[in-house]
Ligand binder design. Sequence first.
Ligand code: NAG
Ligand code: CA
Ligand code: CA
Length: 323
Amino acid sequence: VAPLFISVYLILCLRLCLCSLCASSRSGNLIFKKKMFISGIQMVLISGGEFLMGTDDPGIPADGEGPQRPVYVDSFYMDVQEVTNQQFQSFVRASGYVTEAEKFGDSFVFEGLLSESVKNEITQAVAAAPWWLPVKGANWRQPDGPDSNITDRLDHPVLHVSWADAVAYCSWFNKRLPTEAEWEYACRGGLKDRLYPWGNKLNPKGQHYANLWQGDFPNSNSGEDGYIKTSPVMSFRANGFGLYDMVGNAWEWTSDWWTVHHTTEKQQNPTGPPSGTDKVKKGGSYMCHKSYCYRYRCAARSQNTPDSSASNLGFRCVSQERW
Ligand SMILES: *[C@@H]1O[C@H](CO)[C@@H](O)[C@H](O)[C@H]1NC(C)=O
Ligand SMILES: [Ca+2]
Ligand SMILES: [Ca+2]
């Protein structure tokens, strides 16, 4: 028995040594390694390929979900999860970054999240979407307004980050935001022409596959999927590529400018229009219900001005190199 133990022990040691050797030769840059440690986000390789982007059967035609078109994307690495409060906090502590919502002094919060005292102080609202209220002191540290905090939700997606904030975070880690094409390719998880990252049924076998809204929007949320607000990232099962919360939980910024016009010709690594007023966001959020926001489909899309921030909008990063 003893020789067996010794040989197993030796093999284990050898493997450990070899692994640490390859790790250090892969990335000689110490700062880079430190940042990698701070990030704490696992990435997966999304192998490049061709897919059908958009749909010919749009749930919301005005959003420019169609036409369905062949698109090729190169391989890239993607964060398996939305960036969390804790990860954003580590970035802020190390870099001293200040978000746009903190500079502006306010951000948009869903009415249902606010305390009565905060709600009573607000006089303006968005006519088309009265459930969105501009709240003084709302930002990523105080996501439900000035009397809230993130201590009990460090593992939830960071919210109230503008497009520039998301870009700043990704850049700091030598990453970037995904293009809309990359995001949608990743969302589909290798499935062809399906609505959701897992298929065409919203609740296969009565199970919830994403954090969405159940009930009567915006008045009552039954929380049947377990969550009325955001959920800890990776609370629902991953798609075929190992990615979590691609639809639902928090909306996710992409790098593309918004347009509703798309060519049907095959494209390689499309990056969207060269300029615009709004950026594309994908995936819908915990606030999405079919009745008013049927946007938790891979082909679905929406837009915000790059300086916008809200209590349902976050992001994840991608990169060309693994690290
Ligand atoms: C954070 O908010 C909770 C209530 O959600 C409160 O009990 C707690 O005291 C707050 N913590 C800080 C540091 O403000
Ligand atoms: Ca929910
Ligand atoms: Ca999401």
